[in-house]
Design a protein around this ligand. Structure first.
Ligand SMILES: [Zn+2]
Length: 275
């Protein structure tokens, strides 16, 4: 990996490459002296006490590159959503924009966003189709200045990109060549609770699922009793606010329904046991 970094990421703009392992440093130095002498001079062994990731706040930058929201200095922010088919980037002003400097504030936010988006695409290694929704700009010279700035920033990308102009709806469509996996695919996996959807059913929705399921099973089977095994929050709702519904169902099917709280169960998980 170290040799790959040296080959792929180091350019004439790179000032220093610091490594915190003596062994790795020496190995890479030998390699660089032979194959990339210009880079060899830039290699440095980091001997400091502080962990090198802390020194440069790398964990924070990675956390930002994995989050949906990226804050801009001007107070605006980006919302980046990655799906299988495409990535969308929505540019927002932070809060109220006064009427007086309305055009200028939006222009500045979009310029800053153009810079931040190009950087995030590189850091996240996003590939495929990307749709950018800059804030609507009334003046044509502002539109073309933002487009120019965005294309200038994209040109710094070592991965091939292609960007068109603004569509009638003010959207900017672009592509970035897919190379290896995106940062989030490398570092993360879908959440087991929501399976990547990003949200789970509310406790009340789960409660109504359970009540309908019991009704369905009561038509098919004839047990002595039904027992609901579910997460503590679902059981709590059944005991409290939804207790009348539960009692009414029990009367209707003429069977007792008991509850069992299972702390290991996720909110959407439940079992209906026939006793
Ligand atoms: Zn989730």
């Amino acid at each position: 990996m170290l040799q790959r970094v040296l080959r792929d990421l180091v350019s004439e703009l790179t000032q220093t490459i610091r490594i915190d392992s003596k062994e790795q440093f020496e190995g890479l130095l030998t390699f660089a002296k032979e194959f990339m002498p210009a880079s060899a001079a830039r290699l440095q062994l980091y001997k400091g006490e502080r962990p090198i990731f802390d020194l440069y706040a790398i964990d924070e930058e990675v956390a930002k590159a994995l989050g949906r929201r990226v804050d801009l200095k001007s107070g605006g922010y980006l919302i980046i959503d990655q799906t299988e088919a495409l990535t969308t980037v929505d540019v927002n002003t932070g809060g109220y924009v006064g009427a007086r400097n309305f055009d200028d504030t939006i222009f500045k936010t979009n310029l800053e966003a153009a810079h931040a988006i190009a950087r995030q695409l590189r850091l996240r290694n996003l590939g495929g189709i990307i749709i950018v929704d800059f804030i609507d700009m009334a003046r044509e010279e502002h539109q073309s200045a933002v487009l120019d700035e965005f294309k200038k920033q994209l040109a710094r990308d070592r991965v091939k990109t292609m960007a068109g102009g603004f569509s009638q709806l003010g959207l900017l469509e672009m592509t970035r060549k897919r190379t290896r996996e995106s940062l989030s695919h490398m570092l993360c996996e879908p959440c087991p609770s929501c399976e990547g959807k990003g949200s789970i059913k509310t406790t009340r929705t789960v409660v109504y699922d359970i009540l309908r399921e019991i009704l369905r099973e009561a038509r098919q089977f004839n047990p002595r009793e039904f027992r609901v095994v579910a997460s503590p929050s679902v059981v709590e709702l059944l005991l409290d606010e939804e207790s009348q519904h539960l009692a009414a169902l029990s009367d209707f099917i003429a069977k007792p329904i008991s509850l069992q709280s299972e702390s290991a169960m996720g909110q959407e998980q439940y079992d209906i046991v026939l006793l």
